[in-house]
Design a protein around this ligand. Structure first.
Ligand code: PEP
Ligand code: MG
Length: 631
């Protein structure tokens, strides 16, 4: 870029908070079904949060950069096409009326992204006027929309409305292209009024990290799956949330009241007085249930036969630290450090990271802390890393199968060295049992290389006269790919402990994207293939005398507790809010019965039969039954 001109007017002055569309007709109660990913009932005013303003600063480019700029544009076109096709595939779940409304719109958008005058015009601007791709998109879409609006039209309301609609469609495709070019996070949540329910097409994990649970009542989006990182983040914030409520964001209007039931996945827009009364009663019952569970705080997490089970918390934000003592978690079983890198312009340096890890270790107050090093990739797009050119584009290839987790860290060893060094410095003087965990391992060589880097960092710090923690933190690996599970013996010999990540293990075993609600019904941790891989890893950990914990979402679901205990698991790490419910389940069961349940389950060849055993056990012991995978 050689020069920066004053800002262009945006394609449309569109605030971050969208008081939706103009009113079209009287509002009646509407119901949407999505995936309930974080329980609780939110009742509030719906606030449509659009992706960030598309205000584009006019940027000039050098002639030598033209091809690179056109390549960026092409990548953004491809990503936009993918997003729209994905949306179209999900339309069948909508009522017919909504399908008829949205389908032609998507077709129009996809058409515009093809070999049209609009796209030719955008490319021409990049080449001939030497401007950035986003500048060209903003200028060309605005010029095209203005031309459309200036065309002579018939005199009827319908003529005018159809002309305005077409101009708006051109602007909208421009906004989508620019969003995909700039990949800016939502940053306007600070302006949300108290008690708002956020409604959006989609939320990235980085966006979810910006929500303040004191001010936001709940969340409903059109995209997303139950096991995705956005869902995990929202659960950890305790926000009632429904993801994958297709058609919702097209329907909200300013002032709409909305109910979000994060357990059933139902979202109700403009509820009638009777529906509201029922929802308020459900809200009260939910709060009372939570209060009753608080009574478990002083009781031990042990089975009815007296086996202690360690219940730890998974943390994804510093804001969650006070939860540890509130729920009675006995440690941090998984600190997902992606938050340390999110929502900042540049990656944090060693000093910044050291301070954050110190805070976490201090808050644990001597309880065990497992810090997982950066797990970039999959749906976890992190701006500071892209800005620094440390990570590839997530758009073009399948990001879950790309340079994720340890693969990126080995490709960018400085990133890993900085983080390990910061953890070691933060751990000095700590009384906790500290552990370092490596994500997304698939083979022994990755563990050897990561461990070599760890040893190198220790040697460097020692050489520089830096005090080291004593004992040194243990070094463990996540078992979350079939490759890792099936290499568990070799990995156990090369590391100190295992953490079983059943979210990714399920995704990679069953080839189901955990963040895609469209295939949510296939994401089933009770599938025998997943259970067998788990069993394999658990047995290997036993043979090598390596501690093992389960830290995927099933660890926080009391319906899975008997099965996990029966498989031999003794440490569960979960979303902090779930600790009391899991403790209740632990206290209700006896290990012998759990082992018999696991043995029955492991003999089955299909998820339905496994589920039948788990359901029967739950009924017999008065426990929560496992939910069916979400549709
Ligand atoms: C998992 O995959 O189960 C896990 C705990 O890691 P994450 O959810 O952060 O990918
Ligand atoms: Mg994982």
């Amino acid at each position: 870029m050689s020069r920066t001109d004053p800002p262009l007017p945006s394609a449309e002055p569109e605030p971050g908070l969208m008081p939706a569309r103009p009113r079209r007709r009287a509002r009646s109660e509407m119901r949407f079904v999505g995936i309930g990913v974080s329980p609780g009932i939110a009742i509030g005013q719906a606030f449509g949060v659009r992706e960030p303003d598309t205000i584009v600063t006019r940027q000039r480019i050098a002639a030598a950069d033209i091809e690179a700029e056109l390549a960026r544009l092409d990548a953004s076109v491809r990503q936009s096409q993918k997003q729209l096709v994905k949306l179209r595939q999900k339309l069948h779940v909508l009522p017919e009326e909504a399908q008829t409304e949205i389908e032609p719109l998507i077709a129009a958008y996809l058409h515009m992204l093809g070999p049209t005058r609009l796209m030719r015009g955008i490319r021409h601007r990049v080449r001939e006027t030497l401007v950035s791709a986003e500048t060209a998109v903003a200028e060309e879409t605005e010029a095209t929309a203005a031309q459309m609006l200036a065309l002579p039209i018939g005199t009827t309301e319908d003529d005018r409305a159809s002309r305005d609609r077409r101009a708006e469609e051109v602007r909208e495709i421009g906004r989508r292209l620019i969003r995909n070019l700039t990949r800016t996070a939502f940053r306007s949540f600070a302006d949300l009024p108290n008690g708002a329910v956020v409604v959006a097409d989609s939320l990235r994990p980085a966006d979810a990290a910006l929500l303040n649970p004191e001010r936001v009542a709940g969340v409903a989006t059109e995209e997303g799956g139950a096991a995705g990182h956005t869902a995990i983040m929202l659960r950890s914030l305790g926000l009632p949330t429904v993801l994958g409520a297709i058609g919702l964001s097209h329907k909200i209007e300013p002032g709409d009241t909305i109910i979000v039931d994060g357990a059933t996945g139902i979202v109700i827009l403009n509820p009638t007085a009777a529906t509201l009364t029922r929802a308020r009663a459900d809200q009260l019952a939910f709060a009372e249930g939570r209060n009753r569970l608080a009574g478990l705080l002083r009781l031990a997490a042990e089975t009815s036969c007296g086996m202690p089970i360690a219940l730890h918390a998974n943390l994804e934000l510093l804001a969650e630290l006070p939860m540890l003592s509130q729920v009675g978690a006995e440690g941090i079983g998984l600190l997902r450090t992606e938050f340390v890198f999110m929502n900042r312009e540049t990656p944090p340096d060693e000093a910044v990271q050291t301070e954050i890890y110190r805070q976490v270790i201090a808050a644990a107050g001597g309880a065990p802390v497992t810090i997982r090093v950066l797990d970039w990739g999959g749906e976890k797009d992190i701006d500071s890393l892209s800005n620094a050119g440390l990570v590839p584009e997530l758009n073009d290839v399948n990001p879950a199968l790309g340079l994720r987790g340890v693969r990126l860290l080995l490709r960018r060893p400085t990133l890993l060295e900085t983080q390990l060094s910061a953890i070691l410095r933060a751990a000095v003087g700590a009384t906790s049992d500290l552990r370092i965990l490596v994500p997304m391992v698939t083979c022994l060589e990755e563990v050897r290389q990561a461990r070599a880097i760890y040893d190198r960092v220790i040697r460097r710090l020692a050489r520089d006269g830096v005090r080291l923690p004593d004992p040194l933190p243990l070094f463990g690996v996540m078992i979350e790919t079939p490759g890792a599970a099936l290499s568990a013996d070799g990995l156990a010999a090369a590391c100190d402990f295992f953490a079983l990540g059943t979210n990714d293990l399920t995704m990679y075993t069953l080839a189901v994207d955990r963040a895609d609600g469209g295939v949510g019904s296939l994401f089933d941790p009770l599938h025998p293939a997943v259970l067998r891989l788990m069993q394999f890893a658990i047995d290997a950990a036993g043979r090598y005398n390596r501690p093992l914990s389960v830290c995927g979402e099933i660890a926080g679901d009391p319906a899975f507790t008997p099965l996990l205990l029966g498989l031999g698991v003794r440490t569960l790490s979960m979303n902090a809010v779930n600790v009391p419910r899991v403790k209740q389940a632990v206290r209700a069961v006896e290990l012998g019965a759990c082992a018999r349940l696991a043995a029955q389950a492991m003999r089955e060849c299909d998820a339905e039969s496994v589920r039948a055993h788990v359901v029967a056990f739950a009924r017999k012991h008065g426990l929560t039954e496992p939910a069916l995978p979400t549709l």
